[in-house]
Design a protein around this ligand. Structure first.
Ligand SMILES: *[C@@H]1O[C@H](CO)[C@@H](O)[C@H](O)[C@H]1NC(C)=O
Ligand SMILES: *[C@@H]1O[C@H](CO)[C@@H](O)[C@H](O)[C@H]1NC(C)=O
Ligand SMILES: *[C@@H]1O[C@H](CO)[C@@H](O)[C@H](O)[C@H]1NC(C)=O
Ligand SMILES: *[C@@H]1O[C@H](CO)[C@@H](O)[C@H](O)[C@H]1NC(C)=O
Length: 380
């Protein structure tokens, strides 16, 4: 019975001694598997009566992945009150550096208890995937008791606390984060007053949030909270205007040197004369591939190291004076490069150049953006 296991937190392998005296249910299929090198361990607890103790195998692994088949973990809540200090030595000895927890309904209290326990481990990268975080939790008593993560990735995670979630989650993490990536998020409108600064965060990836748009971006980029940001990724983020992005960056006082706007249906211009639109002076990489562009956008930064305009709908080779001063320019996958291209819509749609882009896009995922290439009208 799951309730008998309640002292054994979300991850049994974290608390072997607490769990050791509990009765083991009759094992059905082994939900967990470790590879021969004891490097990677993956558990899939989606069966009707999963043997949670199978997770003990993962104690030796460096990379651990746990999926709970979408079930609710409310039954483990009692374990959330266990004091992790008592088994700190075990936690310190764990080899785990990368952990993925996915497919579950998990109470916030349990999730944060897990983070507190992981504060004794040397975990570096945490991924939360397909989670529904329910309920609320009191803030930690101690300052940042959780792990010193370098990377935190959230993919399709919803929170009962709405826009306050990032500020709450942040309280449990030591301020060491370098990479934060949040995809398919129901809300990226953070409560900026509550949020603390991310002093070491260099990469913020908000890709794969088609509902974000320029407004959402402005709400997500809390001013002065990302002082070290270098790399901002906004692939497939519902962005339509370069001006909106430019204004949002300036308002947030972020100075990225790399900006990925690929896979957004961009309108062709940035308007630097709009008040507040000043490109970050450090910007030297700009990715505008798969953006449905028919022309090189006007108003780009004057100088760039890398400009990617591949897989757009440019019908003519861009003139020198249309382009910024750029060291590396990519124009692959535009109709003007197709040797057999005719001016008719049917031919361009099926052209080998466009087809190559479709394959590329399928390979990198996010199929929704296929519409940026297909069903194109009026190439001529
Ligand atoms: C987990 O196991 C179920 C069947 O028990 C299977 O349908 C599902 O695809 C598995 N998930 C993963 C991520 O392997
Ligand atoms: C997102 O996560 C929820 C669980 O919180 C799950 O039911 C849903 O299927 C997930 N969505 C996708 C697209 O995987
Ligand atoms: C630009 O983004 C696309 C995908 O969105 C990627 O395939 C491509 O490699 C990127 N270009 C550069 C120069 O990094
Ligand atoms: C594109 O090519 C495929 C086969 O390669 C064909 O079935 C399809 O009808 C063509 N589409 C157009 C619009 O010509």
């Amino acid at each position: 019975m799951v309730s008998e296991l309640s002292p054994c937190l979300l991850l049994l392998f974290l608390q072997p001694f607490l769990c050791a005296s509990e009765a083991t249910p009759k094992p059905e299929l082994e939900p967990c598997e470790v590879d021969d090198e004891d490097y990677r361990c993956a558990c899939n607890f989606s069966g009707p009566q999963p043997n949670w103790f199978s997770g003990l195998q993962c104690m030796v692994a460096v990379e651990v992945e746990i999926r709970a088949g979408g079930r609710s973990l409310d039954n483990f809540l009692q374990g959330a009150d266990t004091e992790p200090r008592h088994y700190a030595d075990v936690l310190k000895g764990l080899r785990v550096r990368r952990l993925t927890v996915g497919a579950a309904r998990v109470p916030a209290r349990l999730l944060f208890a897990l983070l507190r326990a992981l504060g004794y481990s040397r975990l570096k990268e945490l991924t939360l995937e397909d989670l529904e975080v329910t309920g609320t939790s009191l803030p930690p008593l101690l300052e940042a008791p959780g792990p010193a993560l370098s990377a935190l990735r959230l993919h399709n995670v919803s929170w009962a606390t709405g826009g306050a979630w990032l500020a709450e989650l942040q309280q449990w993490l030591k301020p060491s984060l370098k990479v934060l990536s949040i995809a398919q998020a129901p809300s990226l409108a953070f409560s900026c007053e509550q949020l603390r600064s991310f002093p070491t965060l260099t990469t913020l990836d908000l890709s794969d949030n088609p509902g974000l748009g320029e407004r959402g971006l402005a709400a997500a980029l809390c001013p002065h909270k990302f002082p070290a940001l270098q790399d901002l990724r906004l692939r497939s983020a519902g962005i339509e205007t370069l001006t909106g992005v430019c204004v949002a960056l300036a308002a947030a006082t972020v100075q990225p040197n790399s900006l990925d706007l690929s896979q957004n249906a961009l309108l062709g211009t940035a308007n630097p004369s709009v008040p507040g639109c000043i490109w970050p002076s450090a910007l030297n990489y700009l990715n505008l591939s798969f953006a449905g562009l028919r022309k090189v956008p006007k108003g780009l930064p004057a100088k760039l190291s890398v400009l990617d305009l591949s897989c757009n709908r440019l019908n003519k080779a861009p003139r020198q004076d249309e382009l910024p001063q750029v060291e590396s320019l990519t124009l692959d996958g535009n109709p003007f490069l197709d040797p057999g291209a005719h001016k008719s819509h049917e031919d361009t749609e099926n052209s080998s150049v466009t087809q190559a882009c479709v394959h590329l896009l399928l390979a990198i995922g996010i199929p929704g953006t296929l519409t940026l290439l297909q069903g194109t009208r009026g190439f001529a």
